[in-house]
Design a protein around this ligand. Structure first.
Ligand code: IPE
Ligand code: IPE
Ligand code: MG
Length: 236
């Protein structure tokens, strides 16, 4: 890839299609999730290679709690296994782990594992891998609005002090730049309650590939597509 053309600072991915990938092979859905974990490694490697600073992966939505309990548990176990097995690689690759979402809703063992790997990787600074877990953008914005309302009640702000910047500083993503590129796999043309505020000016690339088939080359292709776009941000 041409190093002189612009590399997105922040890539966000809606990793979709694990279930359909499994179904197309006559396998149980859980096998799709398991295979999808390998694609996460590919996406991290590709971002490292390109010098991307933030990679946010939509791994479990607020609405995904409505799936059968067996699938939810299997996903949590898979997440823990993934974190435990990948932690040494994250260290070797200088990758910092972060999370967004309603983490309190996750099982205690999952939270513990997340905490441990976040602590371990806290000083890493080449790429920040952000996992969106039990994440819903409407919930996130609602929580921010509640904090702002509380601040007004307690006299910290007046209603007219509430600006987009102040609201953004109360989102889970306060410490990171907005995504430049949003990728969704499996061909679905929707955002499914993901980063609604933050993707205002993200370039969107939707690929038909199911997530478990997503490889480094697919991410490079998406970045090439991004580089062809003319970002105007409302200007001329
Ligand atoms: C994405 O794959 C992974 C999660 C939402 C956890 P799906 O499980 O949504 O797979 P499909 O969309 O049913 O194929
Ligand atoms: C979005 O995928 C959530 C994740 C990828 C974690 P879903 O499969 O849950 O979204 P819908 O139901 O197709 O909108
Ligand atoms: Mg899906």
């Amino acid at each position: 890839m041409n190093p002189f053309t612009s590399i997105p600072q922040h890539i966000a991915i809606i990793m979709d299609g694990n279930g359909r990938w499994a179904k197309s092979r006559g396998l149980p859905r859980g096998e799709g999730h398991r295979a999808g974990a390998e694609s996460v490694r590919e996406a991290i490697d590709a971002c490292k290679e390109l010098g991307v600073k933030y990679l946010t992966l939509y791994a479990f939505s607020s609405e995904n709690w409505n799936r059968p309990q067996t699938e939810v548990s299997a996903l949590m176990i898979l997440l823990e296994k993934f974190l435990k097995s990948r932690a040494p690689d994250l260290m070797r690759q200088n990758v910092k782990l972060d999370v967004i979402g309603q983490i309190d809703r996750l099982p205690e063992s999952t939270r513990q594992t997340l905490r441990r790997v976040m602590e371990q990787t806290a000083e890493n600074d080449s790429l920040t891998l952000v996992l969106a877990l039990s994440y819903g953008s409407r919930e996130e914005i609602t929580a921010a609005a509640r904090k702002l309302a509380q601040g007004v009640t307690e006299g910290r702000w007046k209603p007219e002090d509430i600006t987009p910047e102040l609201l953004a500083s109360h989102l889970d993503t306060a410490a990171m730049p907005d995504p430049d590129l949003l990728i969704r796999t499996s061909g679905e043309m929707r955002v499914s309650n993901f980063l609604l505020w933050q993707i205002s000016y993200a370039e969107m690339v939707i690929v038909d590939t199911f997530w478990p088939d997503f490889r480094q080359g697919d991410l490079f292709e998406a970045v090439k597509e991004y580089q062809k776009r003319h970002r105007r941000f409302g200007g001329l």
